[in-house]
Design a protein around this ligand. Structure first.
Ligand SMILES: [Zn+2]
Length: 798
């Protein structure tokens, strides 16, 4: 049924010096990963397909094929979402036969094939939209606006899906579609033909995979050409550093631009460099990699700090709350680092890969497999809607690249565990299960038993078909060698660690290190036992002083897992917590919690205020959970980097009459929050989009109200209101007029003001009135005709 490797038409002559053991030769049986793989297989694959159906992504193919009527629905790169789920589903199918999934894929692929144009072109948006209807999207001609259209990006994912489906099932149905399309690109692009890059890299990776599967060097040549034309002065610098098109690759120095594009591009460069042996390309990606790990990577392995452009920031620009760190960028980072390992055979790249998969990638999908983060910040206030309109993981997105990337990435993790080179085996990741490894003429079965990442004890049983000499390399992770990440951006506060221990057949042996691996060269026989112990204790991490957002702060890791504090475990708040350097943290495993996690506990402190309002510290229990599983118990504060002393703690403001009032409104827009009114967050200006807001959207020109209810009669003498106005961006304006009412027994009465009701932007509008005692205040607001309006903060004066 499946024939990974065996069906490949022609193995390329030259490729990566280190070869991965394909995931089809690895059976994962692991306490940590098996449940994730199973959820991906049983839930995410079908869930993603269902969402692709509901949102018209699959109908777009049927419509383009003339099988149904209707217009294109969605955005230009929706085709690629379908391809990505097919790739994931194919991996699932390769691991475990599933006739229902196999049949579903056959039917879906038939629609895709029918949507392909006679010359091989495949892009449903153009087929269904006359070009004049989509000038901003795909341009008048094919491939004339690649940055927006994603025409070539889409087919890169088509090639990856086609190769995966072919390798999983032996069927050529999608592979033939991919080949027909790639042949068209070979005719259209290249020296003397169209000479510009794909706009969103991905095509290069897909072409190399298609080359490996078919042996057709024309695909490799086109991948080489696409890498080459990036930033060439003789072609066009179309997209700038946003799409890594600012300079030829061999002149590029830093990780820049859109982080997903970057990770895919550098992966494509690595593929081409591995196959061609181009030393300038290798030097370029080595340089860019060093820049990234030493200056532009978050502790979770996330990349792309800036929401604007979903892009890398400047050196050391590593914010926590506003960090973007798209789930797709984490995946791209993992793909790239795996390739860097295959190129150089150094464990430092796997250190990065491991950091990504246990932290900044895995946070992107819920334990249930059907809720997703797009950005993965390292701090949350529980109110800001950082996840494309939500404070929590979402069911789907308008641009839904991340959920469909998760589904293909999870099963591929099994393919990162082992690698070989000549007479050597490399154990890169500690994940339980079995692998069948071909080493020259020798077949070796490796059995790995471990409770990693919760426990650092690893037992390997080596079963060669026949006894003989070869080398087993066991990765000693950076975290077990006192180095959280290569490049020195982060370091452990407690420098000393208990060293790893290694034994063979029960006898301790000294560790001989080579490129981050414990190298064991010996004559192996059936049943040989290797035991590796990586002592796992909670470790304190600090960032270099240039990282200003982390100064005075500490993060906690244990093994490869980055921890965070979440409000639900810590009395409702964490941004005011202080974790002094001498606080002892104890690990406790909780099989019933969050799918089974090791939590860390201790007695830390919270910053609060005494009766005079002065900041003080109070002892408080602290519980830390793995960052990857935060936000499974409702929105709330979360932080990876905790204050080491009171100066860095966010001390809650003193409660006020307003902040403790009960809130209500005549109407509230679903994406806004009423709590914005009294959250005591001061706006920078009336168009401040960085803080929670309240609006009456989509009511326009109406008379509306907001209300504070006090729990007992309260004396008040004025209010201050900060109006929201998004002129130039939206349809909210300062109101036409407003007034303050108070509850007097059963009716509302206007207050007796001694100052006018002003309506000014960018300031608090203050009104004072003769003091009254009441149980409720109301702002009655007349909106400008044709416009809506809102409030950023409403204070009450006593
Ligand atoms: Zn994404």
């Amino acid at each position: 049924m499946f024939c990974a490797g065996a069906c490949i038409a022609a193995a390329p002559v030259k490729d990566y010096p280190y070869q991965p053991v394909p995931f089809t030769a690895v059976q994962v049986q692991d306490e940590f990963w098996t449940p994730r793989f199973e959820t991906n297989r049983r839930v995410t694959v079908w869930y993603d397909f269902q969402k692709c159906e509901e949102t018209g992504r699959i109908d777009n193919f049927a419509k383009a094929a003339g099988l149904m009527k209707g217009e294109f629905k969605g955005i230009p790169f929706d085709d690629s979402d379908v391809y990505k789920v097919i790739e994931g589903a194919s991996y699932v199918l390769a691991m475990q036969p599933d006739p229902k999934l196999d049949k579903y894929l056959d039917e879906l692929i038939a629609k895709i094939a029918a949507a392909q144009e006679p010359d091989g072109y495949l892009y449903t948006a153009r087929r269904l939209f006359p070009p004049e209807k989509m000038p901003g999207m795909s341009g008048k001609e094919r491939w004339s606006n690649l940055g927006a259209s994603h025409e070539l990006y889409n087919v890169g994912h088509l090639y990856e899906a086609a190769v995966a489906h072919f390798q999983a099932t032996g069927k050529r149905s999608l592979l033939d579609v991919a080949i027909k399309n790639a042949d068209l690109l070979v005719r259209e692009f290249g020296p003397g033909k169209r000479g510009y890059p794909p706009g969103h890299p991905e095509t290069e990776i897909g072409l190399v995979k298609l080359y490996r599967a078919t042996g057709n060097t024309a695909y490799l040549d086109l991948a080489k050409f696409f890498v080459y034309v990036h930033g060439r002065p003789e072609t066009h610098k179309l997209y700038g550093d946003y799409a890594q098109d600012h300079l030829p690759i061999e002149e590029q120095q830093e990780a820049v631009g859109h982080a997903v594009r970057a990770g895919y591009f550098y992966s494509g460069v690595a593929d081409v460099a591995a196959i061609t042996g181009d030393s300038k390309y290798m030097a370029a990606i080595d340089r860019i990699w060093t820049n990234m790990v030493s200056k532009k990577m978050h502790l979770t392995g996330g990349i792309g700090a800036r929401p604007g452009g979903e892009a890398f920031g400047a050196d050391y620009e590593l914010p926590n709350k506003t960090a973007y760190l798209e789930t797709c960028a984490a995946i791209a980072n993992a793909l790239w680092n795996h390739r860097m390992f295959l190129l150089h055979g150094d464990a430092q790249y796997v250190d990065v890969l491991e950091r990504v998969i246990y932290n900044g990638f895995l946070s992107g999908v819920s334990l249930s497999g059907d809720r997703f983060f797009y950005p993965n910040p390292l701090e949350a206030d529980g109110k800001t809607r950082f996840n494309h309109g939500s404070t929590e993981r979402q069911a789907w997105f308008g641009c839904s690249c991340c959920p469909v990337n998760v589904v293909r990435f999870i099963p591929s993790i099994a393919g990162y565990i082992y690698a070989t080179r000549q007479n050597e085996i490399f154990v890169n990741l500690y994940i339980g299960g079995q692998a069948s490894i071909n080493l020259g003429n020798r077949q070796i079965k490796l059995t790995q038993q471990t409770r990693y990442p919760w426990d650092g004890n690893i037992r390997l049983t080596v079963d060669p078909q026949s006894a003989g000499e070869f080398v087993l390399n066991l990765r000693i992770p950076g975290w077990a060698r006192g180095q959280p990440m290569p490049g020195g951006l982060y370091s452990y506060l407690d420098a000393k660690t208990e060293p790893p221990r290694l034994s063979i057949n029960g006898r301790p042996v000294s560790i001989s290190m080579n490129k981050g691996f414990a190298r064991i060269q010996r004559k192996w026989k059936k049943g040989d036992q290797v035991e590796l112990v990586l002592p796992m204790v909670p470790r304190r991490v600090v960032a270099r002083e240039e990282v200003k957002d982390d100064q005075g702060r500490v993060a906690i890791e244990r093994g490869p897992v980055v921890y965070c504090a979440e409000a639900v475990d810590n009395g409702g708040r964490v941004l005011n917590m202080v974790l002094a350097d001498d606080v002892q943290l104890k690990a406790e495993h909780h099989p019933e919690l969050l799918g089974g996690v090791t939590v860390l506990k201790g007695i830390a402190a919270v910053a609060t205020r005494d009766e005079q309002g002065m900041p003080i510290l109070k002892p408080a229990a602290i519980t830390l959970i793995p960052y990857a599983v935060w936000d499974h118990r409702g929105a709330g504060e979360m932080a990876v980097w905790l204050a080491r002393s009171i100066e860095k703690a966010a001390i809650p403001p003193k409660p006020t009459v307003a902040s403790t009032a009960k809130l209500s409104a005549s109407h509230a827009w679903q994406n806004d929050s009423l709590t914005a009114l009294n959250d005591q967050v001061e706006p920078k200006n009336s168009i401040d989009h960085s803080i929670p807001r309240f609006t009456w959207w989509d009511h326009k020109g109406t008379t509306e109200w907001v209300q504070y209810d006090f729990d007992k009669p309260t004396r008040v003498s004025g209010v201050e209101v900060y109006w929201f106005d998004d002129t130039g961006r939206g349809q909210c304006r300062l109101p036409e007029s407003w007034r303050v009412l108070y509850r007097a027994s059963d009716s509302w009465k206007a207050v007796d003001t001694n100052s006018p009701y002003e309506v000014r932007p960018n300031v608090f509008n203050k009104v004072s009135f003769s003091p009254i005692e009441t149980t409720a205040l109301r702002l009655e607001v007349k909106l400008k005709p044709g416009f809506s309006g809102g409030i950023l903060e409403w204070r009450v004066l006593q």
